[in-house]
Unconditional design. Structure first.
Length: 206
């Protein structure tokens, strides 16, 4: 992300044949997730904060170009909608750093990647993290306006890709870095990479 990379690809593989597969799309800014739906493939383009419907037999279509976080894997829901994960939320600080090439280059060259001003799977356990100290906590108390470095977000989309509801682990939570969600047996199983947990969320009445 910090190098503004555009090497993401969507590749079709034939399980019955050896080879590298057929490249359907390239030049994407981190294609973190993909899910087939009929004649199209829904793709999470993470660093552009958007969902794209890649048409196998039709033109591509942007489902939404303003996800409030960094979208990850996407899977079908039992009602025909979608479950979309976002491993961290967008912040003004990260957006600012992305617009400052000189700062980004120095940060990449001189700072340990663990302490970059960048989205993270988890946070709050190391004093050397960006904006720690009095900016986030005072005397061990988390400030209510503290900017989130990591977050846990699972968005329920309807069949058209419109957000309908969500599950969230906020700034003061620990189940951050939600990268995948799969519905099974009336529950939603979520992989939270920050704490390295698999969460089970009952869906009855959700």
């Amino acid at each position: 992300m910090m190098q503004l990379g555009r090497t993401g690809r969507v590749v079709a593989l034939d399980a019955t044949q050896a080879g590298d597969g057929r490249v359907l799309r390239s030049g994407l800014r981190y294609a973190f997730g993909a899910c087939v739906a009929g004649d199209a493939i829904w793709v999470s383009e993470t660093w552009r904060n958007r969902l794209v419907r890649v048409g196998v037999r039709a033109a591509d279509e942007v489902v939404t170009d303003w996800v409030p976080g960094y979208p990850c894997r996407i899977n079908r829901a039992s009602d025909g909608g979608w479950w979309l994960c976002a491993f961290a939320g967008r912040t003004h600080l990260i957006e600012f750093v992305l617009r400052e090439p000189a700062f980004r280059r120095r940060m990449i060259a001189e700072v340990d990647p663990r302490y970059w001003i960048a989205p993270a799977f988890g946070s709050g356990d190391d004093f050397y993290e960006p904006l720690q100290g009095a900016h986030v906590k005072t005397r061990g108390v988390l400030k209510p306006y503290a900017p989130p470095r990591s977050y846990g977000l699972v968005i329920k989309l309807d069949e058209k890709g419109v957000p309908a509801s969500s599950f969230q682990s906020r700034l003061d939570g620990k189940n951050h870095g939600a990268v995948a969600a799969v519905e099974c047996g009336g529950a939603l199983y979520v992989l939270a990479k920050g704490p390295r947990r698999v969460l089970r969320l009952p869906l009855h009445g959700a």
